[in-house]
Structures are given as C-alpha cells and as structure tokens.
Design a protein around this ligand. Sequence first.
Ligand code: ATP
Ligand code: MG
Length: 360
Amino acid sequence: IRERAQIYRIASIPGDGIGVDITEAALRVLATLSTTLGTFELETTTFDWSSANYLTRGHYMPEDGLTQLKAFDAIYFGAVGWPSVPDHISLWNLILPIRKALNQYVNVRPTRILAGTKSPLVGCERGDLDWVIVRENSEGEYAGQGGISHEHSDHAIGTELAIFTQVGIERIMRFAFETARSRPRKKLTMVTKSNAQRHGMVLWDRIFYEVAKGYEDVDIDKMLVDAMTVRMVLNPKSLDTIVATNLHADILSDLAAALSGSIGIAPSSNLDPTRKNPSMFEPIHGSAPDIAGKGIANPVGAFWSAAEMVRWLGEEKAADGLMRAIENVTAAGVSTKDLGGSADTKTVTDAVCKEIEKLG
Ligand code: ATP
Ligand code: MG
C-alpha cells in the first residue's frame, strides 16, 4: 500500500508583467512534479493582487490579506511593479509588508552557472561561480523610516534611516554561518560599508565577529561592498557564502545573477526560519514590462524558486529532481533569448515537464 501523499497549501501571487507568465509556468511544472512522484500534492489558491488591481480598486491586497496568507504552508510569488504605479508604492503595498508581517527575515539567493549556460566573464567555467547570498530581509536600509521635510519648499530634505538592531543582526549572522557550515567549502564573506557608515555598519561588523566565535570551523573574511563588486567579477572562485545587508545584498545578487548568465535564472527564498509563518519563494527578477505578455520570459528562475519551495517543505527528492530536470533542459540548449537561445517560455516549460516525467 502506498503512503498517502502529503498535501501542501500554496498561496500563489502572480502579480504583474512576466510574473504572471512565469508563475503559470512554475505551477505547471510543480503539478507535473507532484503527479510524477506522487509523494505530495499541492493545493493552490491564486490571489490577483497586482498593480492593475491597485489602479481599479485602490489596494493591492485586501485589508485582511496578510491574515489570509498565514493559513498557507508556503507562498509562491511572481513579480510586482508596473510603470503606471510608482515603484515605492507597489513594493510597500505588497511584497515588503508580506516579508515583514510573516517574519521572513532571511532572503536566500543561490547563484551558480547551470549546465549548458555561460557566464559573461571570460574564462569563468561552471563550478568557478557557486555562491549563496544571504540577505538581511527585515530592517537595515529598507526599514522604511525617514521622511521629507520642507517638502513643498526649495529646501526639501529627505532622510532615509537605516536601522540595524542587535537581534536583527545576530539572527541573520547565525543563519549565514549555518548556511556556510552546510556547504562543502565552509566559507563566509561578510559585506559591509563600515568605513563610511560609522554606526549601524560598525555594529554589524562587531556582531559578525561575536557570532563567528561559535563557528570556528567556518573560514571567514570581511569585504567593503565596493571592493566586493570588483572581487565578484575578477575572482569569483574565491567566494562561497556571502552575508550582506538588505540593500547591499539586493544589489550584489542582481550582479551575481548577471555573472552567472542571466537575471532570469536566479531564485530567492524569503524565509521565516522559526517556521511559525509561511515562507515565500520568488525569482529575483522583476515584472520586466519590456517583454511582458510576449511569452518569452525565461522561466528558469521561477522553476528554481519552485524547487527551493518544495525543498523548504521537506520534499528533498522532488527538489533535486526538479533541479536535474531544469539542468537537463539547459544542457540540451533549450533556452530563452536572455541565455542566448531562441525558445519561448512555453517551449522551455514543456521541455522541463518532459524531463520530470522521465524521473517517474
Ligand atoms: P525590480 O525592481 O522588480 O527588481 P527591475 O526594474 O530591476 O525590477 P526587471 O523587471 O528585473 O527589472 O528587468 C530588468 C531587465 O532584465 C529587463 O530588461 C528585463 O527584460 C530582463 N529580464 C528580467 N527577468 C527576465 C526573465 N525572466 N527573462 C528574460 N529577461 C528578463
Ligand atoms: Mg531589480
């Protein structure tokens, strides 16, 4: 007798632009994975929380939106942002409140060069670039504090207050050390800007070295963020796990994705490590209005994010299978334009589904 499949409740928020295309593709791949392996089932509820919704109804999510999300095992997110709504409005009405309300204080962003794809860096082979960026996801430069004084005069002053708390820094450092420890090279690089920013960043440095005392098996080093961009380009092999603030890691992970081949392949996990709230999984790219609705978005970042989601839910075998299927497809040269290929979203999705079926 076969064991009954585990059922997971997933909230799907496709959002805007290519978020809609790639979420649909990811849900199809997940359904194929669930049917093929038969060990788990996904019960998906889709929420139309988008910029279009905001423009017609005046809100992204309803008042009890965050409460609704708490009932799920995980959240799958496409992208949010559209030219007709200022970006700070869309971000602060949807994705940032979710991250905060659901205690998703870690954002994990792995990057590596997938089989059959190429880094734009000359001589950078597969295996030379294999990083995990651990991004602080709850405070820092995105604390949302500050304001504009004398807004309507000729002397307006805008302040943007970055807030770093001991609790916030300690917990992200511990997560980063655990991540580094779990990887073969056991290497952690901490990024900061404590030469020019002399308060919060200095505290960040200090707590890093304190937490490090509990992880003597992890090899550590410290970089200033400006020098870090240079090192990522010139010496990618020297890096493994990276921990950085909300803003710094946001920027470094776009660079990392580009260096690994395309912004279209990179995944991210917004995690509540206490597991008291659902975690949220999304590709790192945005809604890409320039290619929205054309059916040509690269769905690989969405698939990889889906793999991270099932891994977080405890379905290791499914996650590994999905990653293998993705790389079998990229290795065969089936890829979208951003990776140098000519396939559209549907062709890549069909190919990944076919590979998954071979696993069964
Ligand atoms: P956000 O503010 O949400 O991060 P963004 O303004 O940084 O968004 P993206 O929407 O990520 O921008 O797009 C940046 C560029 O990368 C665009 O030219 C877009 O077409 C391209 N791009 C992004 N994602 C993909 C994808 N999945 N497939 C192909 N091209 C993509
Ligand atoms: Mg971006």
